[in-house]
Design a protein around this ligand. Structure first.
Ligand SMILES: [Zn+2]
Length: 136
């Protein structure tokens, strides 16, 4: 069985391949559909994808393995993700992917109090808002 870190690296390699295939299909569509300056600048309409750096792996209190990533989007802006992995046969499955909380900057504290956007954890589950649409 691969390490959790290797599993997440393979996951990102798969995402990068899917993005590359999508870019190829979209470029073909733009070439058929666009003209003039729009065609010259069609690259602006293509999705981009960057593979983040795998930073660390550790176990959490519930027995999941956590893998942390970070991506330097631009100067001073870093996006972090936290993968929750569970063994499944001879591989791993991703149970959850958290994003760093942009309100408290991953500290869990906002305006001197526990951050209510992430419950003070510094991490947000993006699926949570889809399951609970009345929450932010
Ligand atoms: Zn927060």
């Amino acid at each position: 069985m691969s390490s959790p870190r290797q599993f997440v690296e393979n996951f990102y390699q798969g995402k990068a391949a899917a993005h590359a295939a999508t870019r190829t299909l979209l470029q073909e569509l733009y070439t058929k559909s666009f003209s003039g300056r729009l065609l010259e600048h069609s690259g602006h309409f293509l999705p981009s994808f960057r593979t983040p750096e795998i930073c660390e792996e550790t176990e959490d209190l519930n027995g999941c393995t956590l893998v942390f990533t970070k991506d330097d989007l631009r100067r001073g802006v870093v996006k972090r993700e936290r993968f929750h992995l569970s063994p499944a046969g001879d591989t791993w499955k991703i149970l959850r992917i958290d994003w760093d909380c942009t309100w408290c900057h991953n500290t869990g504290v906002f305006s001197g109090a526990p951050c209510d956007k992430c419950g003070g954890s510094g991490w947000r589950d993006p699926i949570h808002k889809f399951l609970n649409p009345t929450l932010d």
